[in-house]
Every structure is written in C-alpha cells, then in structure tokens.
Design a protein around this ligand. Sequence first.
Ligand code: CMP
Length: 139
Amino acid sequence: MSSNTERSLVLIKPDAVRRGLLGDILSRFERKGLLVDALELRTMDAALADEHYAEHVDKPFYPPLKDFMTSGPLAAVVLSGDSVIEVVRTMIGATDGRKAAAGTIRGDLALSNRENLVHASDSPDSAKRELAIWFPGRF
Ligand code: CMP
C-alpha cells in the first residue's frame, strides 16, 4: 500500500485548554499513530488571528471568533503521518459540535460551532501556509 506522509497544523483551542481537554485531544492523535513534531502553548494576538483566519475576516462570525481565539492560551501543534491532513479532519468532525458525528472530537466533546475545540489545516496548501505562520522556517 502506498503512503503519503505529510504535515498538518493543528490548534487545540482556548476552550479545550480551559476545560482541561488538552491531554485527551493530544492523546487521540497519538493513539491514532500520528507524530507530534512540534508543540507550543501560545496566545494568539489580533494580528496573528487576522493572518491565520485571513479567509474569514470579512464574515459576520469573525469578530466573536477573534475574541474567542485570543481569549487565552492554545496549543499549536504540528502533526505528521500518512495522509495526516485528511485523517485529522475526519477525527475532529464537522465544524458545528452539535452536528458533528459521535466518535469525533467535536461530536464527543463540543456543543458549539465557534468553541469547537480544534482547528486543523484543510488541504496541503493551507497546511503549508499555516505551518509558515505558526512555525516560520521550521517545516
Ligand atoms: P476552524 O476550523 O478553526 O475554522 C474557522 C472557525 O470559525 C471554525 O473552526 C469555528 O470556530 C468558526 N466558525 C465557523 N463557522 C462559524 C459560524 N457559523 N458561527 C460561529 N463560528 C463559526
């Protein structure tokens, strides 16, 4: 079987850190067989939020999203593994925690479409862009 080792930028969001779910969420990724290549506790400032969420800055949900994402520390994580981008997106589930399938991180642990615990790169192009924003010159 062929493999496609790649990297994804994952943010374990401030709601997860506040709720004490950091270990649970990281553990799910590790038990899946993914590797943690980098891990830093960081607090987003306004400029970093605008850069990371550039495609959403004009959307009506962006101001409260920005307030939430800058409200406390989050874990910025680089994961690697076979097809990691798609695998992680499947593991986190649909954006809205109320609709995400049971068994996914959001489906099991979130009840909001804003405070949805995890962000993950959605394509190889966004992974490249997001890795450069969060870990410049490292990946
Ligand atoms: P994320 O995967 O980080 O990508 C964009 C984020 O915007 C998303 O997770 C949610 O936190 C948030 N988001 C997306 N759609 C909505 C919405 N309709 N209302 C509130 N927040 C949203």
